[in-house]
Design a protein around this ligand. Structure first.
Ligand SMILES: Cc1cc2nc3c(=O)[nH]c(=O)nc-3n(C[C@H](O)[C@H](O)[C@H](O)COP(=O)(O)O)c2cc1C
Length: 182
């Protein structure tokens, strides 16, 4: 199967997740193209499955991702597809937090006039060491509510890598069954 992964990242965690998906899918024998949305990624036309992902920053995703989806909407919708959202809002594991995370994703996909066949919420990372003073302070206040660590002396990664692989496996299974093909 030919699989296209397009991602948008600010601090690198979504790229790390997209690359982990690429590695896993390649290990299963698939041909995978993994591209940053800002690097003129290929059209979905020659692919059997399309996975698009971005991180949430102040309730929004990267504009480059929106532009890519708007420009390639018909080709994305013509094949099995999914959106993976990387954020910290879901850290508490509370159903309400998951609903709010889904609402943020829905606002974005609605603005792209696209209904993904599947949406996956993936916990990201706190890069305290990389943040400037203002970001570090702001994120510390935010994660006090979300349930993340307030230890700013180190980074904290919350991504569930087993779940990332399972998401890929489930999407491949759907694509093999032809689910999501018009
Ligand atoms: C300035 C800033 C704003 C953020 N805003 C949100 C937010 O509104 N909701 C959320 O769930 N996570 C938010 N996050 C957490 C990021 O989604 C998380 O750190 C993610 O791993 C970033 O992925 P990236 O490195 O691929 O950009 C924010 C992080 C930063 C640094």
């Amino acid at each position: 199967m030919h699989i296209l992964i397009i991602y948008a990242t600010v601090e690198g965690q979504t790229r790390k997740i997209a690359r982990a998906m690429e590695d896993h899918l390649q290990s299963l024998g698939h041909a995978v193209s993994c591209c940053n949305a800002i690097d003129a990624p290929p059209s979905p036309e020659n692919f059997d499955l399309v996975l698009l992902g971005g991180s949430v920053h102040i309730g929004h995703y990267a504009t480059a991702l929106k532009h890519y989806i708007l420009a390639n909407k018909a080709a994305i919708e013509a094949r099995p597809n999914a959106f993976f959202s990387v954020c910290l809002h879901i850290l508490s594991g509370e159903p309400k937090a998951m609903e709010e995370a889904m609402d943020i994703t829905r606002q974005f996909t609605d603005a792209c006039q696209w209904t993904p066949k599947r949406v996956e919420q993936i916990a990201g990372a706190l890069k305290y060491v990389e943040y400037d003073f203002f970001k570090r302070f702001m994120m510390k206040q935010i994660v006090k509510r979300e349930g993340g660590s307030t230890d700013t002396t180190q980074d904290h990664e919350y991504t569930d890598w087993a779940r990332v692989k399972l998401f890929c496996d489930e999407m491949v299974a759907l694509a093999e069954k032809g689910v999501g093909v018009k």
